[in-house]
Write a protein that binds this ligand. Structure first.
Ligand code: FAD
Ligand code: SF4
Ligand code: SF4
Length: 467
């Protein structure tokens, strides 16, 4: 097979930065078949395939890339979906640069193979040209409840359904997807892609019960006692936003990133056909340096803000957001006020935000996370003229489930404690994703769902004497 010796990835076509900063259409447009074949030909088909060890769900990367290079896209789709039930999503939002692509040998001299872009191409090609849904497998007579329809719940449900379990997902919102639909904006992950992946699960026989807040409408005990489920998987995420505890946080015009993004994405505030209220800001400050901060800043631009500034207490080097997202944000005109921390939000006499006072920072010795600790420079206060402040400094799990489920051990951060196989302190109850790790990544949440599905299968079979 022909090898492409290029040191660089085949570039991803993207919307023009000026145009895209004014619309919510997807920024990255995806490879054509010719581009995908060209990029796949860069893969060396390494015998020990180090890239696979970098993928939390173990996608057989060299196999699917070889199939793309041979233009057998259907086989490539089958290969990927053996390990990954949401490939169109992972191909778009996985932090590949620190996972599969970080281990690619082509990355030693030049850029790694664009594994994520190829995965996206294969999934999109299947959806656009084949579109066939998976078939349900024969029932095995056992039933499992999954709480939360985010990536971890969806992946656990998919694996259990493929083993013949009757799976019902209970979701608090009016739609499935979790952060994939309420957090990550349309311009990075179109809602239609998430809908399509969920339709695949429903075709497998998974039932989705929406508007079901477990802990309020039903408890975990009732799922066992009244509904007869043999195991419960908790995948409720970490949706409770953290605040800074500084003066002015209760002013009108201060949002948590979660609320701001939920209004825009899930409640379609960006779409004129919906009447969801959201502030049409003039100048916006977004506090934080993660993917959530980038998404909030880029959303604010698209909602018409004249100037959007990210305020981050470290430098670009320490920024936790994906490099690509920071790059896209800068291209679109988001300003960065790095090495700065907010100290006070200023209000006018109507209780509306009128400014943000920050202080300059410098980097000291590394802290427990290994990143250099930001240290305040005395007397360096400065003011940003803003009318909106969006806080994106982290989230933690909502306490509802832990407060209503007896015998469920949690840690001081409110995360559910599990064994490596996903089992909790309560027999028959398993958990994974952000509810266990705190805010992490889509693919880690999916990996946890897969691990738990295998453990739930072993647990139920063992109990039923089928092991
Ligand atoms: P979630 O996605 O939070 O899903 C939990 C689900 O449980 C939700 O649907 C919620 O409504 C439901 N739920 C909660 N409580 C209850 C209850 N009591 N009863 C019933 N249902 C309940 N990761 C990446 O890999 N790449 C990215 O680019 C990226 N960008 C991000 C951008 C934003 C704005 C955010 C917020 C996160 C981002 N992440 C990204 C992180 C990633 O989305 C999460 O790690 C992942 O979604 C966690 O999956 P989960 O299934 O554990 O939780
Ligand atoms: Fe890489 Fe994510 Fe695909 Fe795994 S699922 S191969 S980490 S893009
Ligand atoms: Fe291909 Fe890179 Fe994986 Fe080797 S490490 S098989 S070159 S993707």
């Amino acid at each position: 097979m022909r090898r492409n010796p290029s040191l660089s990835k085949v570039p991803m076509p993207v919307q023009d930065p000026i145009q895209r900063a004014a619309n919510f259409d997807e920024v990255a447009l995806g490879y054509t078949a010719a581009m995908a074949v060209e990029e796949a030909s860069r893969c060396l088909d390494c015998r020990h395939a180090p890239c696979v060890a970098g993928c939390p769900v173990g996608v057989k990367i060299p196999d699917f890339i070889r199939q793309v290079a041979a233009e057998d896209f259907a086989a490539a789709f089958d290969t990927i979906t053996q390990s990954n039930s949401l490939p169109a999503i992972c191909g778009r939002v996985c932090p590949q640069e620190s996972q599969c692509e970080a281990r690619c040998v082509r990355g030693i001299k030049g850029e790694p193979v664009a594994i994520g872009r190829l995965e996206r191409f294969v999934a999109d090609h299947h959806r656009e040209t084949v579109g066939a849904r998976p078939e349900p497998v024969p029932a095995n007579g056992h039933s499992v409840a999954v709480i939360g329809a985010g990536p971890t719940g969806l992946s656990c449900a998919a694996d259990l359904a493929k083993l013949g379990y009757a799976v019902t997902i209970y979701e608090a919102f009016h739609t499935g997807g979790g952060v994939l639909v309420y957090g990550i904006p349309e311009f990075r992950l179109p809602e239609s892609i998430v809908r399509d992946e969920i339709a695949n699960l429903e075709a497998l026989g998974v039932k989705l019960e929406i508007n079901m807040v477990i802990g309020r409408i039903l408890t975990v005990d009732e799922l066992f006692d009244d509904f007869g489920y043999e195991a419960v998987y908790i995948g409720t995420g970490a949706g409770l936003p953290s605040f800074m505890g500084i003066e002015g946080e209760n002013l009108i015009g201060v949002y948590s990133a979660n609320e701001y993004l939920t209004r825009s994405n899930l409640m379609h505030a960006y779409d004129e056909r919906y009447d969801t209220p959201i502030r049409r800001s003039r100048r916006v400050a977004v506090i934080g340096g993660g993917n959530v901060a980038m998404d909030a800043a880029r959303t604010a631009l698209r909602l018409g803000a004249g100037e959007v500034t990210i305020v981050y207490r470290r430098s670009f080097k320490e920024m936790p957001a994906r490099i690509e997202e920071v790059h896209h944000a800068r291209e679109e005109g988001v300003r960065f006020e790095n090495l700065a921390a907010p100290v006070r939000i200023l209000g006018d006499d109507q209780g509306q935000v009128r400014g943000l006072v920050c202080v300059r920072m410098e980097l000291g010795e590394p802290d427990a996370s290994g990143r250099r600790r930001p240290v305040e420079i005395a007397g360096s206060d400065f003011e940003l003229d803003v009318d909106t402040v969006i806080i994106a400094i982290g989230t933690s799990p909502n306490p509802l489930i832990r407060n209503t489920t007896a015998g469920l051990e949690t840690n001081p951060r409110g995360c559910i404690v599990t064994a490596p196989d996903g089992s909790t302190s309560r027999p028959g109850v398993f958990a994974g994703g952000d509810a266990v790790t705190g805010s992490a990544t889509v693919i880690l949440a999916m990996g946890a769902g897969k691990t738990a599905a295998a453990s739930i299968d072993a647990y139920i079979r063992n109990k039923a004497g089928e092991a």
